[in-house]
Each structure stands twice: as C-alpha cells, then as structure tokens.
Design a binder for this molecule. Structure first.
Ligand code: GDP
Ligand code: MG
Length: 456
C-alpha cells in the first residue's frame, strides 16, 4: 500500500499546522524532507518520540518543525506515521506538503487515514463514523456522545447482542444436528426471552436515534406567524444579538434570516421568516411569504408565534392547523401586555400541549422554551454515555435486525421448526455484523468514508 500524506489541521491561518504521513515508507520519506538537529534520523527513531529540526524541499529550506514518530501498529492508522508540526501559515504548510509529495508520498483521499485504521483493525465501522461526527460536533452533549461512540460504546452493545443471538443459534443448531446427544432442550420460553431481550435492547437504540440526530446534527427550525407578533424579536432574543430588524411596521422582515443558536442541549438553525399574511399587495412581501412557506415545509421543528394581546385571527388559525401534524411549539409572545388570546382555543386547534408563554422583548420565558424544545425533540434527559447509533446506515442495520428477531419470535409462537428460527437469527447476526463492518461490502465501506474530509 502506498504511503499517504495530507494536511491534518484546518485550512486556515493558525499558530501551528500538521502534516500527517502514513504508510510503510513514512519514516523514509520524512527523513528526505526533515533534518533533525544533531544528525539523528527518523528511520531509527522509536515510537512516541519527538524531534526538532527543519523541513526542506531538496536544498530549499521551508520551515522549522517538530516531527512526531509513531511506529506500527501503535498509531492511529496502525501503520508507521510521522506528523510534522510546522508553523501554521497556509502557504508554508502547502509548500511543506509538496516537499513530502516530491519525496515519494501520494495525496491522501478524504477519510483515507481513518479507512486504513478500519482496515488494520484499529476501529470498527461505527467507530469510524463517530470520528466524522466528532469533527463536526457542536455542543458538549454532541462531543461527549461521539467520543463515547469512538470509545466503542455502540460497538460493545452490538457485540453483546450479536453474541447472545449467536449463542442461541449455535445451541439450536446443535440440538437439531445431534438429537441423540444429551443436549438439554432449549424451551420456547427461554429462547423467546433471550431473543425478546436482545430485540428490546436494539429497539432502545432505535428510539435514541432521533434525539441523537438532533444533538449531533442540529435541527432546521422555522419561526412562523403573522406579521408583528414578535418573530424577529424572538430570533434576536435567542441569538443574543440584534440579528433581525425589529419595527412595529408589519411586513418588515421580507427575506429569510438565519441564525444558529443553542437552545437547551440542541443546536437550532433558526430561520426567521416574513410574517405570513395572504392578503398583501406588496410584491417583495409576497416573495417573502412564499419563502416562509418553503422553510416551514422542510423544517424539523416549527416555532409558531402568536400575540397574547390579540384574539386569534383566521391567519393564526390556518397556521395552527398546519402545525398540527408537525414537531411544533406554539409561542405566545407579548405576555407582558393585556391578554386577549384564548389558550384553550389554541390548544384545541393545534392538538398538543407544547405552548409556551413568553415575552421576547423582555427575555421572559426563554428557559421554559428551552425545556419545551428538549421535550419536543426528545433530547430531555439525553445520556451521552449510553450507546448511540449515529448514522442512517447504522439505523437501517438495526431496523433489519429487529425485523429478523420479530420474525423469529412470531415463528416461535406458531411453532415453526428450529431450523427456520435459526435462519432468522443468522440474518439478525449478519445485519449486526454489517453495522460494525465485520461483514460490510466494499461498497458500504467506501460509502462510509466518502464524506470524510482529507487529512482524517
Ligand atoms: P415580527 O414581524 O413577527 O418579526 O415582529 P417584530 O419582532 O418585528 O416585533 C413587532 C413589534 O412587537 C415590535 O415593535 C416589537 O418591539 C414588539 N414586541 C416584540 N416582542 C414583544 C414583547 O414581548 N412584548 C411587547 N410588549 N412587545 C413586543
Ligand atoms: Mg420580522
């Protein structure tokens, strides 16, 4: 396999930047571009050692640097690895990387370091996926959860489930194949209990998926409502700055304004939209209204804002009606004023109880809004130390395994043969092995690493 290299740090001006080289010739290639002080060579260096010296391309000096040496298999990729820490200037790093290529390394593809780690057995597929989530993690829970996945929490849970099933399958097979031997019979009850237990564990993983996604990926959130109810004021209050223009003139917000904010333990990508009123003659406002509808349609969460001082209008009722079948929170704003709005009527139309009374202008009620967001998206009480499935790919493997187990349980109830039950169990085990990558096809593996950035 070729020796690969890439810049492993962010492509921006910084104090330090690192070039990572991995492969059989990593130390040789590094020696060609790096001169240690005191005539030492990296070729002879032990793992986990650091050397100070100069990076050069032939006779052209490039930068002072520190070389870190990792010896196979004790490195991220499981291969020999050298990390050259240079000064962070983009030009300097790129120049140093070119020197490394001139010395014999080839450019690493996106995710190739992590892919090699997977191929060398340093991590399984779900852990590799956690690496990617960790890179883009925002917020403490997201960081803790992905680190936990990287640490193998999900892999261990899946392995335990798989082993339980494999044990049962092996027992069943032995019992069928050697009826004369004195293998004690596995009763339907015992078998059903084991399979049911594993199925529950897998279903628990599935039920944590949406909350995990919300925490890892954030949620597109549309703020909708009639003009002048306080949508832009709410966006400003949540973002802690004057992001949107607020006036008492209805129709002030025309375009869609976006702002990413932390609300409770989730990241919301808020979109403040033009107030939705259908009888406007203003051409620009009309476009804004259309855009607001688009945002609403693809939002994962909707903040439907009402004005406490005013009675419900036809427009309000139409919007509440739309929120019925959606992840939505009704926000009753301007509670500092006289209240003329009927909450009972709101509840009746929207059909749920996620109604929060606030005053956006006075920053009142925002804590309750945070709690309600966590309740609606299911992240309240999110436990970052529990095993978590973090990708659609993992989810679909678990869904299939659960279906296999449901089939096995159904089979036991109607008394199908042990062979037939074993076929279901084998399928479930197989699906769990695809999840961890033990049985993943090359296509799946490539798909996993396709979205990685270069240098990881
Ligand atoms: P939008 O059209 O829905 O974006 O509404 P704006 O955020 O532009 O606010 C419209 C008007 O309502 C402005 O004059 C705000 O100052 C006012 N407003 C917003 N929130 C509150 C509130 O909590 N209490 C009171 N009294 N006025 C508010
Ligand atoms: Mg506005």
């Amino acid at each position: 396999m070729s020796t690969i290299a890439a810049i492993a740090t962010a492509q921006a001006a910084a104090g330090l930047g690192t070039i990572k080289i991995s492969g059989e010739e990593a130390l040789l290639i590094a020696d060609r571009v790096f001169s240690c002080v005191g005539d030492k060579t990296l070729r002879n260096a032990k793992g986990y050692t650091a050397y100070y010296g100069k990076v050069h391309d032939g006779d052209t000096p490039i930068d002072d640097a520190v070389a870190l040496v990792f010896r196979a298999p004790k490195s991220y990729t499981g291969e020999d690895v050298v990390e050259l820490s240079c000064h962070g200037g983009l030009f300097v790093l790129q120049r140093a990387l070119r020197a490394v290529f001139n010395a014999g390394a080839v450019p690493a593809e996106g995710g190739e370091f992590t892919k090699r780690a997977f191929l060398n057995g340093k991590m399984d597929l779900s852990e590799a996926e956690a690496v990617m989530s960790l890179i883009s993690a925002s917020g403490e829970d997201a960081r803790a959860a992905t680190l936990n996945a990287l640490d193998g929490a999900l892999s261990r849970e899946i392995a335990e489930c798989r082993d339980e099933l494999a044990k049962t399958a092996a027992f069943l097979a032995a019992w069928v194949d050697y009826p004369d031997d004195e293998i004690p019979e596995l009763t339907d009850e015992q078998m059903g209990a084991t399979i049911g237990d594993v199925k529950n564990r897998l279903q628990k993983l599935l039920s944590g998926f949406d909350a995990g996604q919300a925490i890892l990926e954030g949620i597109d959130t549309a703020i909708i409502g009639r003009p002048n109810v306080g949508k832009s004021t709410l966006l400003n209050a949540l973002s802690g700055r004057e992001r949107a223009i607020v006036t008492s003139v209805a129709g002030t917000t025309r375009d869609v304004l976006e702002e990413t904010v932390r609300v409770g333990n989730v990241t919301l990508r808020l979109a403040d939209t033009a107030g939705i009123r259908y009888d406007t003659d203003d051409e620009i406002e009309k476009i804004g209204v259309t855009k607001a509808r688009e945002r609403f349609d693809r939002a994962g969460l909707v903040f439907m804002v009402l004005d406490a001082e005013q009675e419900l209008t036809g427009d309000d009722e139409a919007l509440l009606e739309l929120c019925k079948s959606r992840n939505s929170i009704v926000i009753v704003n301007k509670t500092d004023k006289e209240k003329n709005l009927s909450l009972d009527r709101v509840k009746e139309i929207v059909g749920h109880n996620y109604i929060v009374e606030i005053s956006a202008k006075n920053n009142i009620g925002l804590d309750l809004l945070s709690e309600t967001v966590e309740a609606v998206v299911g992240t309240a009480g999110f436990d970052p130390s529990a095993p978590l499935i973090t990708t659609e790919r993992q989810r679909s493997c678990v869904v299939k395994a659960v279906e296999n187990l449901a089939e096995a349980l159904g089979g036991i109830t109607i008394g199908i043969t042990p062979d037939a039950i074993n076929v279901c169990l084998d399928c479930a085990v197989e699906n769990l092995c695809v999840l961890t990558g033990e049985k993943a096809t090359e296509t799946i593996v490539n798909e996993v690493f396709k979205n990685f950035c270069v240098g990881k």
